[in-house]
Design a protein around this ligand. Structure first.
Ligand code: ATP
Length: 366
């Protein structure tokens, strides 16, 4: 795993991390679903496990809850190893994609479940349930049944049920994926707000990069059972450490080429289709090195100004987004360039010639 952001992922010396994975492996029979996974999660932070289907996100989440056994390594919560602690003794709140409410129990009983189970006195149960329902903005819904609520409301109840007993860690497994687009956005903001208000440590699983970027303090980008990169949303988006991260987070343009000269603070690169670029990079490279230049679609501008790298091509497709437009442009390199730009003046049409540009600093060299 690239190491630059791993150091930043460690909490300050002396503080006990909320959750710590150390060289964790999880196998299902002979199949290793998660291998050599290490991660330190600071108290009160919101960490997202992001990756494509099957990369092992849910397996990791379930291993914290005790729903799957790890086959190697160790997991600690609040500094205590939990490998041998049974599920019911782990103080963890869980929210799943499908709400998992008890259909025949009232909202009160659904939310109170974890408190009754922990033998909390009756009067305290009532006041805590009231507070939790206020927090998820469904006060007064105690007597209703889950079926009388919308999907979004049911998911809020699931959230209230998970936080009402003040768990050490809140685990959220794709909690928004069953909701429609508008509700999803609203719930993103809501979950984040409640997490900050309560100061609870949250681990969120999703394959949706927008969700991850907008909600997380840190993102673990996962691929094939391991962590590809760990960092803040800005770090993983702006400074992807691998081609996989660059592509998974927002469809980056990846241009293969070779270093042709060294410059102060950067290099010159000739792309495989012949374009010459001047690029900034903190990396130490040598003339002749094979590189991949990663440029985000938003970093490309139409009608570039002085000092920019220029690329001429023909528009092969356009997608109007209202205020912005996505062009695909054939520049004679292996793949067309994707450009996502604000519309100013006339839009280009399919078949038009176009000049694109980006500043030497607006790329990453892998
Ligand atoms: P998704 O987003 O589709 O839920 P994920 O990243 O959460 O994917 P996991 O559910 O953790 O992935 O699964 C990781 C791998 O382990 C997958 O290849 C999956 O097929 C496999 N797997 C998961 N559960 C089991 C199981 N009980 N038995 C055997 N293999 C399993």
């Amino acid at each position: 795993m690239p190491d630059s952001s791993e150091n930043q992922s460690r909490p300050a010396a002396g503080t006990t991390p909320a959750v710590e994975f150390l060289n964790v492996e999880v196998s299902y029979g002979k199949f290793v679903a998660v291998h050599d996974f290490s991660l330190t999660i600071e108290k009160g932070s919101f960490v997202t496990l992001l990756g494509p289907s099957g990369c092992g996100k849910t397996t990791l989440l379930r291993s914290i809850a005790g729903l799957v056994d790890i086959t190697r390594g160790q997991i600690s919560i609040g500094g205590r190893r939990i490998d041998d602690v049974p599920i019911y003794r782990r103080n963890i709140g869980l929210v799943f994609q499908n709400y998992a409410l008890f259909p025949h129990k009232s909202i009160f009983d659904n939310v109170a479940f974890g408190l009754k189970y922990r033998n909390v006195p009756k009067a305290e149960i009532a006041s805590r349930v009231t507070r939790a329902l206020e927090m998820v903005r469904l006060p007064g819904s105690e007597k209703k049944l889950p079926s009388q609520l919308s999907g979004g409301q049911q998911q809020r109840i699931a959230l209230a049920r998970a936080i009402v007993f003040e768990p050490e860690v809140l685990l959220l497994d794709e909690p928004l994926s069953a909701l429609d687009a508008n509700m999803r956005e609203e719930m993103r903001v809501e979950i984040k707000k409640i997490q900050k208000q309560t100061g609870i440590t949250a681990i969120f699983v999703t394959h949706d990069q927008e969700e991850a970027l907008s909600m997380s303090d840190r993102i673990v980008v996962m691929n094939a059972g391991g962590a590809e990169q760990i960092g803040t949303p800005q770090e993983v988006y702006d400074r992807p450490a691998t081609p996989f991260v660059a592509d998974f987070l927002g469809k980056a343009n990846m241009l293969p080429g070779r270093v042709s000269a060294l410059r102060t603070g950067g290099v010159s690169v000739i792309l495989s289709g012949g374009h010459a670029l001047d690029l900034d990079t903190p990396r130490t490279l040598a003339v002749g090195d094979a590189v991949t230049v990663v440029v985000r679609p938003q970093m490309l501008t139409v009608r570039p100004g002085p000092g920019a790298n220029r690329l001429q091509g023909k528009v092969t497709s356009t997608s109007y987004l209202g205020g912005r437009i996505i062009y695909e442009v054939d520049i004679g390199e292996a793949a067309p360039l994707r450009v996502n730009t604000a519309i100013s003046g006339q839009m280009a049409a399919e078949g038009d010639s176009i000049e694109l540009g980006f500043a030497p600093s607006d790329c990453v060299i892998l």
